[in-house]
Design a protein around this ligand. Structure first.
Ligand code: CA
Length: 226
């Protein structure tokens, strides 16, 4: 799951990024409206957290422009208490929800999950394929009842593959959804992580079906028939 934060207050942006990364989202930050608009219109995000007052281009203009250009990524608008009129204007211009500053991180997370659910993005807490199960909220993965210990990155990678199970995903898609925009990730790095994950969920279970398949020339596929 990949989120863009557009917020000119560095302190807020960084604390949100830190919290969301702990929840295993990939997070990019834009500090100006223009940069936020450019990223939102060219990169593939699952959600945008958008501050209302921004240098260059304000949150409402960004909402309007994105919607005008048929970009329908869910937008959560951040507003200050005094900006009641702007809230309404924001919702009218295409934002999906708003949160008034100051807010608790838990509230933000609940709103994000609700918006992602509304959009139909997979945010189930339990996802499974064959006899592999993932409990996202507890950070647990099991295969046939045996616990598998994954690092945070391996977990995000598996979560992404599970959300796209039975579909072929390319290395580029994996990089976009599992790593941040400014992370210098090469396709080789994806191969390394796929290998680590495969060792843990497939090679440790030699008598079971291989779940991660390499689709030569395209990418990878989790689950599905042989
Ligand atoms: Ca601001």
């Amino acid at each position: 799951m990949r989120i863009l934060i557009v917020e000119d207050e560095h302190r807020i942006a960084h604390s949100l990024q830190k919290g969301l990364e702990q929840e295993r989202f990939a997070v990019d930050i834009a500090y100006t409206g223009r940069e936020g608009y450019d990223l939102a219109s060219t990169e593939d995000y699952d959600l945008i957290i958008l501050d209302l007052m921004l240098p260059g281009m304000d949150g409402i203009s960004i909402c309007k422009e994105l919607r005008k250009n048929k970009i329908h990524i869910p937008i959560l608008l951040l507003t200050a208490k005094s900006q009641t009129n702007e809230k309404v204007e924001g919702l009218n211009s295409g934002a999906d929800d708003y949160l008034t500053k100051p807010f608790s991180f838990d509230e933000l997370l609940a709103r994000i999950r609700a918006l992602l659910r509304r959009k139909g993005t997979v945010v189930q807490t339990n996802i499974s394929v064959d006899d592999l199960t993932m409990d996202v909220s507890r950070f647990e993965v099991k295969r046939g009842g045996s616990s598998i210990s994954l690092t945070s990155k391996e977990f995000s990678l598996l979560e992404f593959l599970l959300s796209k199970q039975n579909q072929i995903v390319t290395k580029d898609q994996i990089i976009q959804h599992v790593w941040n925009f400014d992370a210098d990730i090469l396709p080789n790095t994806v191969e390394v992580y796929i290998k680590k994950l495969r060792d843990k969920i497939d090679n440790c279970f030699p008598n079971k079906k291989q779940l991660i398949k390499t689709v030569r020339g395209f990418g990878y596929k989790l689950g599905g028939d042989e």
